[in-house]
Design a protein around this ligand. Structure first.
Ligand SMILES: [Zn+2]
Length: 605
């Protein structure tokens, strides 16, 4: 058992064992290493937190073992530990010394000992993510750097040159509150953790992650992490902590922000590396420790649901496995569809919030892509149908208007008005099912549009006769496909469609026949001089308003317009009017309001 030395300082609050050893040595007029040698202590073991050696040091100085031991960063193989926290090599300052000038000034002011012996090294100053004195809210100041191995950890010697300058250093000190990260890390060391997501990660990983995320948040995704100043690292740590303190949700929101600002750039790669910059590369290349897996997990999850990555692509070296998102480009490749067509469909379906983006930047869920492509495979838009059925456009329109071919609306816009391929096939089957193939050159039948023309009926009627099984003969040309391959016999059609013709003319056609203006015709109808009727149009199957042939001839026999009279008599209208007036023939009084002059035929000589 050694005796306590006569000259021994009192250990300070939060003082590290190395600082205490340094001050004990200096008090006895030697360097820390000389002192250790003299008293058979292992200096390196004390620095490395060996409890046996620290106990020996405490006995020499007469200080309490527990007080020093709790401020010990212990080497644990390749890593380090502080109380229950796990530290890494870069969590500790070894070749630099930072101090709080206010703490040192206070040490000096409250002691009767020599200033150089009374200032002591605090545990917090040895932790590299801590850059602010939380007691004084002052940025720590570097007083030594690039220390050679032989002089490291000898606190008294390392700060000796700064002691006379302390008042000046204090004057110039930057006043700032400790960042959220600094407060959190020091709380962790004190055993009071307070951030659910970060609490699960070791001390060193929290520090590194917060500073990296914060650096990207503050200085951009391509920030050079190695070139940041201490002040920038302080800012980055604070910013990163604010993001990560909100857990996975906060972290994901930050990543989404990076994604959003990246999308604005129209060109360049769309991989996770380009999108997330240092956030991705730092955790993808530099930090293999499993401690960073929670960070990588959040990034992976985000990338999978935000970027159109195929199952063969990798995130942090692991294959994506299942694709979540497609871009127009990737979907067009996978489903062998022309990107221009797919782009139209995607935009028409409202899947692209910004339709001005290029194909590889318009992304949507795989499921949505599947549905679109399935729909494209099973349906077609109006302009494609006539060719598909091989039916002349005019005939198609008539069949469509008659409801024989149905269209479906799947959303807003023309591209969402589709015909199902299955229904079109069923339509063809319905007219082909009872057909028999005719030898080439057999001219006994006509295709449906020709037969309809000859029988003076609509193709709709012919199709209905076929579908209803009313025809005994239906042919099929082997050299023609679809609708036009079907042949029928006009003679067989005629009896069914006789009387189907309109019994008169639609109003539009009567005006040219009577040589009167449409407005005049409306006037005559309004006055009841001409009656109209509703009849089903045999071609279009719509109800139309007509004027019967009977009604037309009745009117023409009873009345004649001045225009027609002039034409019949090859005279100008004023001359005819003059002649008639001269013999006392007056225009029909009741028709004065219709905008043309009429006479009763019976009164006209
Ligand atoms: Zn301080």
């Amino acid at each position: 058992m050694r005796n306590k030395l006569d000259l021994a300082p009192i250990a300070g609050v939060d003082e590290t064992p190395a600082s205490y050893l340094s001050r004990l040595a200096a008090t006895n007029f030697v360097s820390a290493r000389e002192f250790a040698k003299d008293f058979d202590l292992s200096f390196q073991s004390i620095v490395d937190g060996c409890s046996r050696e620290i106990r020996k040091l405490c006995e020499l100085g007469g200080t309490t073992f527990h007080d020093l031991m709790k401020n010990t960063v212990r080497r644990t193989g390749p890593a380090f530990a502080l109380r229950s926290e796990e530290l890494a090599k870069d969590s500790i300052r070894r070749v630099r010394v930072l101090i709080c000038p206010a703490c040192v000034a206070q040490d000096i002011a409250t002691s009767v000992q020599a200033p150089g012996l009374t200032a002591y090294g605090r545990l917090a100053w040895t932790l590299s993510p801590v850059r602010t004195c939380s007691r004084h809210s002052i940025a720590l100041v570097e007083v030594a750097r690039d220390l050679k191995p032989g002089v490291r950890h000898d606190f008294v010697r390392n700060i000796a040159s700064a002691i006379p300058r302390i008042p000046r250093i204090l004057d110039r000190a930057i006043h700032r509150p400790p960042s959220g990260l600094e407060r959190y890390l020091l709380d962790r060391v004190d055993g009071c953790a307070s951030s659910p997501w970060l609490d699960k990660m070791p001390f060193f990983a929290v520090a590194k992650t917060a500073e990296t995320i914060g650096a990207v948040a503050e200085y951009g995704r391509t920030v050079n992490l190695k070139k940041l100043s201490e002040n920038q690292r302080y800012t980055a740590g604070g910013a990163g902590f604010e993001i990560l303190h909100q857990g996975e949700a906060g972290f994901t929101e930050f990543l989404a922000g990076l994604h959003k600002t990246y999308q604005v750039r129209r060109f360049g790669s769309e991989g996770p590396q380009a999108l997330l910059g240092r956030v991705y590369t730092t955790f993808g290349q530099g930090l293999p420790d499993k401690a960073y897996d929670p960070v990588r997990d959040v990034i992976s999850r985000f990338v999978k649901v935000s970027l159109p990555l195929g199952p063969e692509q990798h995130i942090f070296g692991k294959p994506v496995g299942r694709r979540v998102l497609h871009s127009i480009r990737s979907a067009s490749i996978e489903h062998a569809m022309h990107p221009k067509r797919l782009r139209k469909l995607v935009i028409a379906s409202g899947l692209a919030p910004d339709p001005s983006l290029p194909d590889r930047k318009i992304v949507f869920e795989v499921e949505a892509a599947k549905q679109l492509i399935e729909r494209e495979r099973t349906s077609m838009t109006l302009n494609k149908v006539p060719q598909y059925l091989n039916v002349p456009t005019g005939t198609f329109r008539v069949l469509f208007q008659a409801g024989l071919i149905r269209r479906h609306s799947l959303g807003e816009g023309e591209l969402n008005e589709v015909f199902y391929r299955r229904e079109l096939d069923e339509f063809l089957t319905s007219i082909l099912k009872n057909s028999r193939e005719v030898p080439a050159g057999d001219l006994s039948g006509h295709h449906i549009p020709a037969a309809a023309r000859r029988a003076r009926c609509s193709a709709v009627s012919v199709v209905r006769l076929i579908q209803d099984g009313r025809l005994s003969w239906i042919g099929r040309r082997p050299d023609v496909r679809g609708f036009l391959s079907v042949l029928v016999k006009v003679d067989e059609i005629r009896p069914f469609v006789a009387g189907e013709e309109l019994r008169g003319l639609p109003i539009g056609k009567t005006t040219s026949k009577l040589h009167i203006h449409h407005r005049v015709m409306k006037g005559l109808i309004r006055l009841g001089a001409i009656r109209t009727e509703r009849q089903r149009n045999p071609v279009s199957r719509n109800m139309v308003t007509i004027i019967t042939y009977d009604e037309l001839s009745k009117f023409s026999e009873e009345f004649v317009s001045l225009f027609m009279l002039a034409r019949e008599r090859r005279k100008h209208m004023p001359a005819v009017l003059h002649d008639l007036r001269a013999i006392g023939v007056r225009p029909v009084h009741e028709f004065e309001s219709v905008g043309a002059t009429f006479f009763r035929r019976s009164e006209v000589p």
